[in-house]
Design a protein around this ligand. Structure first.
Ligand code: K7E
Ligand code: CUA
Length: 680
């Protein structure tokens, strides 16, 4: 085909697709392909296509992902982890526009998170390991949406902190973090997963912790004194809070438990965890011992942990636990004796374990084996009942016979990591070493795909070094299909250089047809997204303003210190304490002068009395590391000591109105004695 003919064809594709869209929109007076309106687009589109050197696939991808200004064209929303930025990033799909970054473990001045507000500090400090050592960041890996019957219900989002051994709950009514909990007895929580009705948010340790928790134990006594934990954080689905008093744990051997996945449907009540470092290597590169990467990848096989959590729950209720670090813990001996825990061998150094939507199969892959191993839940049950064992590990944990549990062994490519699923009976596995996505068919009695089961059917190169991938609804009992996100660690040559720290590269992949196609790529230069969950946009029911004036997002109730216009006041509580009730509305602070004395403890309750959408105001105070963001209806409290005499202006940080620049105030800190005139 000549260049002219090709570009004419491309223009025709564009015109037809555009005209098709117009046709849907105006059912009366339709514009059909070939009509004047459609043909009129021809030369215009032709020119653009030619000038940009676009191929037909580019034109289709552009038309499929282009968001029309002012239209809600994003059918899905992705909740991406920010890694060690400690935040969650919300991205529209297919447009790949960033809608929001939710600060969780780390500071965010735009949203006033950890930059003054008492509410955010209280939430974050709940999760400190040492009460006297504040943590100002976390490593957030796997945001997981809450589930009802194994499907996303759009209510809550939870995510653990790998570095801090914590977890956080985000409320999807206002997209704000509400609770951060330090997991008892752990120093690192990596895997996290909801049980199918969000009964529990379950976290698994990466590093085992010396026990008793918080004590010193030499690495030489690693095998005897260090332990992993799987924690069943009891979740109150109405309040949206973890109930620590109802939380319990199962003690595990000191392997690295890494990631987890909950059984569903027929496998409901069970939990699966991969583990690495069954060698129990502790490193020691300068002490004549092998490095972790060598020592922890010696064994040909590591273990998938199979945990009967429903049975464990009964044992907990029956009081078979011991109190440890403020939590009820089912000891390893008890878990073994009661048949709550067993192992299945898996090829060495696995990363991740994923349960198929029908709940019948469990997929795991060793990073150094080019296959995904598929285990059958039914076969596992039979092996448990028949006591069909390969032996026991050094702690006495039964190891089921590998062959007895295995259903399939699917060759996918090099460096398989994570697997997600679509609505048509296919699985998608990320291949770190190949930098590719493998698509393969699921088998079993509920299989949907027409192709031969357990077979690789397509492979797509991504750029580069893919970690997780996420299919829309791809870890639920009912995946949506249509799109897949590839979360690539490196972008190497994809973008103009912005310095030696390159952005991570997200790629949006169309999985609706037989062949996977890349539709869009998005450099994300604000974080390392490890993983995500993709939900249908219409499942989210977020508020546009707070329901009443004087609302506290931490408690999701009316704040006792929230006020309305006319109730502003300054109360001197004693010689050292001043309490100020302030309102904000376009475009003034009331009061706009705060007179305090040197050394006063200032407690400020600021209420944004606006009822209009979007009318957020800010408050930035000079010299006091104080920057608040107050949404319509919200009340924020801040406390600080006015240590230094002087004059400190403050202003609204959101360009909220024509007179925003005038939305200002003064804090006057009068010296207690006249000689002192400010900062020394
Ligand atoms: Cu593979 Cu933390 Cu899920 Cu990173 S983890 S990729
Ligand atoms: Cu309020 Cu600017």
């Amino acid at each position: 085909m000549s260049t002219r003919a090709l570009s004419f064809t491309l223009a025709a594709i564009a015109a037809v697709v555009v005209a098709g869209a117009i046709m849907v929109r105006h059912s009366k007076g339709t514009v059909s392909p070939g009509s004047d309106a459609a043909v009129a687009l021809g030369p215009l589109a032709d020119g653009i296509i030619q000038a940009r050197g676009m191929a037909p696939a580019d034109v289709e991808a552009a038309l499929r992902t282009y968001p029309r200004p002012g239209k809600y064209d994003d059918e899905f929303m992705a909740f991406l982890s920010g890694g060690h930025s400690g935040s969650v990033i919300v991205v529209g799909i297919p447009s790949m526009r960033i809608m929001k970054e939710i600060p969780v473990y780390g500071q965010d001045s735009w949203q006033g998170w950890l930059t003054g507000s008492r509410e955010s500090s209280e939430i974050v400090s709940e999760g400190f390991f040492f009460k006297d050592m504040p943590l100002s960041w976390g490593d957030l890996h796997h945001p997981k949406l809450s589930l009802t019957n194994g499907e996303y219900d759009g209510k809550w989002l939870a995510c653990a902190d790998k570095a801090g051994g914590r977890l956080a709950i985000i409320d999807l009514r206002d997209f704000k973090a509400k609770q951060i909990v330090k997991t008892p007895n752990t120093v690192s929580d990596h895997g996290n997963y909801w049980t199918p009705n969000s009964e529990y948010f379950v976290t698994s340790t990466f590093f085992p912790a010396p026990q008793p928790y918080g004590t010193y134990q030499p690495l030489e006594k690693y095998a005897e004194t260090y332990r992993g934990m799987i924690t069943f954080h009891a979740f109150d689905g109405n309040a949206g809070r973890i109930r620590l008093e109802d939380t319990w744990q199962i003690e595990l051997p000191p392997y690295f438990q890494d990631l987890i996945s909950a059984g569903k449907k027929s496998s409901f009540g069970w939990m699966f965890t991969n583990s690495l470092n069954t060698e129990m290597c502790t490193g020691g590169t300068l002490e004549g011992k092998p490095a972790m990467e060598v020592g922890a990848s010696k064994n040909e096989m590591d273990f998938v942990h199979v945990i009967n959590w429903k049975k464990a729950e009964e044992l907990v209720k029956a009081g078979k636990t011991v109190p440890l670090g403020g939590c009820r813990v089912l000891k390893l001996e008890t878990a073994i004796a009661e048949g709550v825990l067993c192992f299945i061998p898996v090829s060495k150094s696995p990363h991740g374990v994923d349960v198929t939507p029908d709940g019948r199969f469990i997929c795991a892959s060793g990073k150094l084996d080019p296959h995904v191993t598929v285990y059958s839940f039914e076969k596992i049950q039979k092996a448990i009942a028949d006591k069909n064992l390969e032996g026991k590990d050094r702690y006495g944990i039964p190891i089921l016979k590998y062959d007895a549990c295995r259903e399939a062994y699917v060759e996918v490519g090099l460096g398989p990591l994570h697997t997600e699923f679509d609505d048509k009976g296919y699985a998608y596995t990320s291949l770190f070493l190949d930098s590719a996505v493998a698509k393969w068919t699921l088998g079993g009695p509920d299989r949907l795909a027409k192709d031969e089961p357990w077979k690789l059917v397509d492979k797509l190169s991504v750029h580069y070094n893919i970690g997780h991938l996420t299919a829309a609804g791809g870890d639920t009992a009912k995946p949506y299909g249509k799109y897949l996100l590839s979360l690539n660690k490196w972008s190497i040559d994809r973008y103009p250089s912005v310095g030696p720290l390159h952005p991570q590269n997200l790629q949006l992949i169309d999985i609706s047809g037989d062949k996977m196609k890349i539709l869009y790529e998005m450099p994300i230069g604000i974080a390392e997204p490890h993983a995500s969950n993709i939900i249908r946009t219409d499942k989210l029911k977020a508020w546009v303003t707070y329901p009443e004036v004087g609302f506290d997002p931490k408690t999701m109730k009316k704040d006792p210190y929230g006020i309305n216009i006319g109730q502003e006041r300054v109360v001197r509580e004693d010689d050292k304490t001043v309490r100020i009730f302030m309102t904000l509305v376009r475009s003034q602070f009331r009061p706009d002068i705060m007179r305090v004395k040197e050394g006063d403890h200032v407690i400020l309750h600021v209420t944004n009395v606006e009822r209009a959408r979007d009318a957020t105001h800010g408050m930035a105070l000079h010299g006091h590391n104080l920057n608040l963001s107050i949404d319509p209806g919200q009340t924020v409290t801040v406390e600080f000591d006015a240590k230094h005499p002087g004059v400190y202006p403050w202003y609204c940080t959101e360009f909220c109105s024509a007179l925003h620049m005038e939305m200002t105030g003064w804090m006057l800190v009068e010296p207690r004695n006249d000689e002192k005139q400010g900062r020394k």
